[in-house]
Design a protein around this ligand. Structure first.
Ligand SMILES: N[C@@H](CCC(=O)N[C@@H](CS)C(=O)NCC(=O)O)C(=O)O
Length: 201
């Protein structure tokens, strides 16, 4: 386990959402206290930690509660980016590619970012089966997860001198980017033309 962190998981053994989080903690090799909950008689700790939905899982990291299993997975990956496998293999190396202190670290970040993009290219081919999106005919979960990052990814060349998508290595993703950015929702939600160099990193 990294540092002196305290991780507490509020859950129930039968919950598939809790199992997701347990899997992530085990894969990362993080130790945690499992605090089994009785959902018919919710504990004060659960009610205080997840006052809106009052559901498990809740991960409490050094006293800070994080709710919703998918959010928790992302939180674990971010907080323990250097520990064990990465669940979001694109995001962490991509950040390293433009925040690294030294050339060596930056080169490694770019290498890992391009490897993750290569994997995504293969996944798009397999999942879409020739249809426009990862989700098939319409935008699905993976499209949204990657699409939300697009505005930042588009600024990557400006930030670190390397493009994540190009015609030679990722022709399918490049076409997907065009389709995604042409969506009315993307035009409204994503600031594609922002100046990335002016943002805090
Ligand atoms: N979207 C939530 C779903 C969590 C969920 O539905 N948890 C159930 C247990 S499987 C729960 O706490 N139910 C208690 C209730 O609804 O009062 C997640 O992914 O974390």
């Amino acid at each position: 386990m990294a540092g002196e962190d305290e991780l507490k998981l509020l859950g129930t053994w039968a919950s598939p959402w809790v199992s997701r989080v347990k899997l992530a903690l085990h894969l990362k090799g993080l130790s945690y206290e499992n605090v089994e909950q009785d959902l018919d008689n919710k504990s004060d700790l659960l009610l205080a930690s997840n006052p809106v939905h009052k559901k498990v899982p809740v991960l409490i990291h050094n006293g800070k509660p994080i709710c919703e299993s998918v959010v928790i997975l992302e939180y674990i990956d971010d907080a323990y980016g250097t520990v064990g496998p990465s669940f979001l293999p694109l995001v962490i190396p991509w950040k390293v590619a433009f925040t690294a202190d030294g050339e060596e670290e930056k080169t490694e970040g770019i290498k890992q970012m391009l490897a993750a993009v290569h994997t995504l290219e293969g996944a798009l081919k397999e999942c879409s089966k020739g249809k426009p999106f990862f989700g098939g005919d319409s935008v699905g979960y993976v499209d949204l997860a990657l699409g939300g990052l697009l505005a930042f990814l588009q600024g990557t060349e400006e930030l670190c001198g390397s493009k994540p998508f190009d015609i030679a290595n990722t022709p399918l993703l490049l076409a997907w980017v065009e389709r995604f950015t042409a969506l009315d929702a993307a035009k409204v939600a994503c600031q594609m033309s922002a100046s990335w160099l002016s943002l805090p990193r």
